[in-house]
Design a protein around this ligand. Structure first.
Ligand code: N01
Length: 492
């Protein structure tokens, strides 16, 4: 349901939550349960769901098991598969929002444009494309993966056929029998390739870097198991814990720095490739030349088989330019196409560059972050009182459920919001606490696999620094961030 935006001058909200994806909804549920209000959620799209509303490409699914990739305080007993498809995750988020009474608090189709801190009033004046909002606190649930990144290949606008991004799928374009070109071989591409290969006249996949791929072992969850999870919440919790620790152990032992386990995991992935792809030349093209974990480790059982279909070609020569009729590769060949699909990922810095956040003393967050993003526990920034981020800098994960990180952050923010409810006007992280935190994680990142693994990835910024990933286990983050240590904050 949509309410009209709050007029400037009206009584301020207690909390404005920006974004109605996993993080914004989790925060809103917890605020309601804690009796914090008045509360509002704004969302730029016309539906809740965030990334699970935007990404509707064929084959879109989660690559983290659903019993783990869901909110612990909003469980679902009857996930259909080990790795749920996009539509089921979106339906879960919608049901969860309905069940927790969030829809009347949610204003859809409203884009956050920026906010200015008002020192005297101890409030944020927020600008949206639907009018201003005044609020005591802002919680950003905007995440980083929602501005599609398009490659800077010459001639991109000259192609005359349909061309679209995996995160902005054009469902009006019929793809059956067409000559389809896909650029990119990341997490989105490996899900969409098998689906399009089934229907394309011909599919050409343009690969720049081969990903490491482990077996997925996806399967439908048996009715018996669903009934057990429904009747025995403990059984469902145990399954979640089992999945959590499975991912956690992998991360601690092998996926964050180069170790013996990295080599063992690489051997598993190589065997997976060797079993799936008998052809030596194709296998060579698909063998990564960097360490496993440096980029996101992918899981799939149908990607390699899809590449061996007669109607599929893997191109590994660089793309020279896009033409009116297709692509030209650097080896001088042209590839005529009816449709181009960009599976080229997201521009994470765009999210922050586009919003104008002006904190205490007129300082702008994007100026402070011009040399690299950073926040205390990935949540708060000195100079920006009562402003909190979910999935902010250095709190992404490559190896476990990001929902576990969100839940830690929601608890931290709740502690701060409760302090505001107790009469504190402003809560702001102390610069020295923020600096200590950032020194600690930067030291830990120095020899991490993302730095030392011999690859280029979107995890690193233009200066080669990692401001996206948490460099440790989820448990370590939980210990670090779950409770807001008031000694690290200035309460005013
Ligand atoms: O994007 P990516 P994604 N010429 O950035 C290639 C999440 N996610 O959408 O590797 C040629 O990983 C680029 O090549 P290279 C998840 O966090 C989650 O797939 O840079 N190629 C790469 O292959 C994930 O990490 C799920 O050499 C070009 C690809 O495009 C994040 O989203 C599912 C190019 C981009 O891969 C992003 O994944 C899907 C160029 N000029 C996504 N420019 C889950 O299941 C770029 N590329 C939870």
């Amino acid at each position: 349901m949509t309410e009209s935006p709050r007029e400037a001058g009206a009584e301020p909200l207690a909390v404005l939550i920006v974004g109605a994806g996993f993080s914004g909804l989790a925060m809103a549920i917890r605020c309601r349960q804690a009796g914090i209000g008045p509360l509002r959620v704004i969302e730029k799209a016309d539906s809740i769901g965030g990334t699970w509303y935007d990404n509707t490409y064929p084959g879109a699914a989660c690559d983290i098991p659903s019993h783990l990739y869901s909110l612990s305080f909003a469980p679902k007993a009857d996930w259909s598969r080990m790795y749920a498809p996009q539509a089921e995750i979106l339906a879960y988020l919608r049901e969860t929002a309905e069940r927790h009474g969030l829809m009347p608090l949610t204003q859809l189709g409203t884009t956050f444009q920026g906010a200015r801190w008002d020192e005297a009033g101890a409030v944020w004046h927020v600008e949206t494309d639907r009018g201003p909002i005044t609020t005591r606190a802002i919680v950003s649930g905007m995440g980083g993966l929602h501005h599609p990144a398009y490659p800077t290949i010459p001639g991109r606008d000259s192609f005359t056929g349909p061309a679209f991004h995996t995160a902005a799928w054009d469902h009006s374009v019929g793809l059956a029998g067409k000559r389809i070109g896909i650029i990119g071989t990341g997490a989105s591409a490996i899900q969409v390739v098998p689906e399009l290969a089934r229907i394309a006249g011909h599919l050409t996949l343009f690969q720049r870097t081969p990903p490491w791929i482990m077996p997925k072992n996806d399967h439908a969850i048996a009715e018996r198991a669903k009934t057990r999870y429904r009747r025995l919440p403990l059984a469902r919790r145990l399954e979640r814990a089992r999945l959590f620790w499975l991912h956690e152990v992998r991360a601690v032992l092998g996926f964050t720095r180069v170790s013996k386990l990295t080599g063992q995991a690489e051997a598993v992935a190589r065997r997976h490739l060797a079993r799936a792809v008998p052809d030596k030349d194709l296998r060579a093209k698909l063998t990564p030349n960097y360490r496993l974990g440096c980029k996101r480790v992918l899981i799939s059982d149908d990607y390699y088989p899809a590449l061996q279909r007669r109607n599929v070609t893997l191109e590994t020569g660089g793309i020279a330019r896009i033409t009116e009729t297709g692509l030209a590769t650097e080896d001088g060949r042209t590839h005529d196409l009816d449709v181009i699909v960009y599976a080229t990922g997201f521009d994470i810095t765009a999210t922050f560059a586009r919003m104008d956040l002006v904190g205490r003393g007129g300082q702008r967050l994007k100026e402070i972050w011009a040399d690299g993003m950073g926040a205390y526990q990935g949540i708060t920034v000195a100079g920006f009182p009562n402003y909190f981020m979910l999935l902010g800098p250095n709190t992404g994960l490559g190896h476990n459920s990001v929902v576990s990180m969100i839940e830690v952050q929601v608890q931290h923010v709740l502690d701060c919001l409760k302090a505001l409810r107790r009469g504190t006007r402003a809560i702001e992280v102390r610069p020295e606490a923020q600096a200590r935190f950032l020194d600690r994680i930067r030291a830990r990142l120095a020899d991490s696999i993302w730095q030392a693994g011999g690859c280029k990835s979107w995890y690193l910024d233009a200066q080669g620094r990692n401001a996206t990933l948490w460099p440790d286990s989820v448990m370590a983050y939980r210990r670090s961030a779950r409770r807001a240590r008031m000694a690290d904050y200035r309460l005013g």
